[in-house]
Design a protein around this ligand. Structure first.
Ligand code: ATP
Length: 359
């Protein structure tokens, strides 16, 4: 109909029903995903979840078994990589070792038979963007890992692709360089406004860099959301466990808005389980509140770890012996005198609890 012919100008990439099989193994199972113009999206998930395969399908480096990929209204599903509009950076730098930095960055431009002055101008501009002006004549071997990745980013952006694909670009670098480069890449992406997809297994990387995170598990998307949505409102137990620290406690469903934790009844927790069914609840360590008052729910302090701005307190619930972690800001901890063996009151705020239904 007429509406299908209208192109949504805000959508950069539309993936529909994308399935990828290797023999009889299904690496991606009917993926639907829409990416907006200018967005920075991270594919996040454990090893083998399919995130690299999805990126490679978008690039045309691996052909999907089923499904469609549409970029800016054009169906690119069957196009070979060289006819698709993207730049890519891989984990291992993959610069041409026998070419200087200048020639590495100029490579794609020369392939397009760009004018010599235009090539020089563009390469200088890109090297300035990645903070490597003055390194034109160096060979990749003379650069640090972080510098090589910056050259790789400049090279990927040289032909002004509409889409930047980053395949674990930071994971081969040491921790300090990695954190620094995160900020640089994010700032560059923001400045250029280029739609960007980055594959990572590092949740901190995804949380700090992405506008939206696509959490993947065993070939399917578990959740798509902003870092805050993913962190505060995980859609599944998998996401809750994969992102950040999380406590899980076994409970038994009571009536429709209460559960039993040991002998204790927790109210105002809506759930869909039948009365008497087993379920799990989750709560972040920073949401667990400890008090002097041990007349309600209480726990025994097993261990206290100093983690700078807060203490991580390992507890055993008095009622039923389940373990629980609480992160307590140092200033609050002083008045509680937290030491192993101590008994403390525990409050689990209802709005910080989530229930995962019984299967
Ligand atoms: P990692 O972080 O380890 O790279 P990933 O999430 O990127 O993991 P993929 O590389 O996309 O995972 O692989 C997804 C699944 O598909 C894995 O089980 C992998 O073994 C399988 N797979 C990937 N490429 C091939 C291939 N060419 N032939 C057969 N199986 C493959």
């Amino acid at each position: 109909g007429v509406f299908e012919t209208l192109v949504d100008t805000r959508t950069h990439l539309e993936i529909a029903g994308l399935t990828k099989r290797f023999g009889n193994f299904t690496a991606l199972q009917s993926i639907d995903l829409s990416i907006e113009e200018g967005e920075f999206v991270c594919f996040l998930g454990p090893s083998g979840c399919g995130k690299t395969t999805l990126l490679r399908a978008i690039a045309g480096l691996a052909l999907q078994s089923e499904g469609r990929i549409v970029q800016r209204g054009q169906d690119i599903s069957a196009l070979p990589p060289q006819d698709r509009d993207f730049g890519i950076v891989f984990q291992s730098y993959a610069l041409f070792p026998n070419l200087t930095v200048f020639n590495n960055v100029a490579y794609g431009l020369r392939n397009r038979r760009e004018d010599r002055h235009r090539v020089r101008e563009r390469v200088e501009e890109l090297l300035a963007l990645v903070d490597l002006s003055g390194s034109e004549g160096k060979y990749p071997a003379a650069l640090s890992g972080g510098q090589q990745q910056r050259v790789a980013v400049a090279r990927a952006l040289a032909t002004e692709p509409a889409l930047l694909l980053l395949d674990e670009p930071l994971s081969a670098l040491d921790a300090r360089v990695r954190v620094h480069l995160r900020g640089q890449i994010k700032a560059l992406q923001h400045r250029l406004g280029v739609t960007t997809i980055m594959v990572t297994h590092d949740q901190e990387e995804a949380l700090t860099m992405a506008d939206r995170i696509v959490v993947m598990n065993q070939g399917v998307i578990e959740q798509v959301g902003t870092p805050a949505e993913i962190y505060h409102h995980p859609a599944s137990a998998f996401v809750a466990e994969f992102i950040g620290q999380m406590n899980f406690l076994d409970v038994k469903a009571d009536d429709e808005a209460a559960v039993h934790l040991g002998r204790r009844r927790l109210e105002n927790i809506p759930h869909t389980c039948a009365a008497g069914e087993s379920a799990r609840i989750s709560i972040r360590p920073e949401s667990v509140e400890l008090t002097h008052d041990t007349s309600g729910m209480s726990a025994r302090v097993e261990d206290v770890e100093f983690l700078g701005p807060f203490l991580r307190v390992s507890l055993t619930l008095q009622d039923d012996g389940q373990g629980l972690m609480a992160d307590v800001p140092v200033r609050d901890a002083q008045s509680l005198a937290l030491v192993a063996g101590q008994r403390v009151g525990v409050h689990l705020p209802g709005d910080a609890l989530r229930v995962y239904p019984c299967r």
